[in-house]
Design a protein around this ligand. Sequence first.
Ligand SMILES: Nc1ncnc2c1ncn2[C@@H]1O[C@H](COP(=O)(O)OP(=O)(O)OP(=O)(O)O)[C@@H](O)[C@H]1O
Length: 260
Amino acid sequence: MSETSGRTVLDAADICVSFGGVRAVDHVSVSVAEGQVVGVIGPNGSGKTTLLNALSGVVPASGRLAVEGHRVRLGGPERSRRAGLVRMFQQPQPYRFLTCQENVLIATPDRRARGLGSAWLLRPRMLHIERARWAASLAALDRVGLAAKAQVPAAILTYGEQRLLDVARGISAEPRVLMLDEPSAGLNDTETAQLLVLLRSVAADGVALLVIDHKIDFIDALCDRITVLETGQVVAEGPPAHVWQDRRVMDAYLGTAHDA
Ligand SMILES: Nc1ncnc2c1ncn2[C@@H]1O[C@H](COP(=O)(O)OP(=O)(O)OP(=O)(O)O)[C@@H](O)[C@H]1O
């Protein structure tokens, strides 16, 4: 793990989300550089998922969002997606009756020329593009260790494999920012360690990662920086070693043993 000094890819400032009288996210700012992994931790109900929802455009939010220096208007999932934000959910969400490869293929950007002219006149080119998409989908499955299961239905994968399939789909969507909500949930220690290596390799490709998780060892080993939320507000931020020294974080995560 190293703290990168790449250019900023995700820059979110002053993000606020309210549900009726509840301010779920309260003036939260977070930025992630190219190749960097930023963790978001905090107690249940502290606003972590809602922050990701705001950045993905699926809940009404105020504040400013920029991806690679380009402003993205909040509140539109398509706008966030077009800007390069890709979101993975708490529960793996494969299409259960499609094969693993088909699951990845439908997450792959489709750059085919459209229209009747394209369909016929550009046929050789389209075939070439389709072959490349199929090869890329297999490469993504290989990268997460699922190449041997490319042709089996997603329904028969274990829970851990479904998570890996989700990561393969995320990578194939060519994200600039990959946002993961509790990716290690339900994984055993070996699977969690494999996921850590995989996510670091995705970051090494230059993708900016924003990761919510409750497993502190996983977050500590994975992240370059950590943002800690409590009741919707940032209460600590910085490299892991700095954040773990924060008294509020110690109280919340390490109990009161440090007082002894
Ligand atoms: N759609 C919604 N409608 C009303 N309130 C909501 C909604 N979504 C979240 N909340 C509230 O917003 C606050 C933050 O919830 P959120 O799910 O973002 O927390 P979290 O930190 O992700 O929690 P957890 O770790 O349990 O997933 C909570 O008080 C929650 O009840």
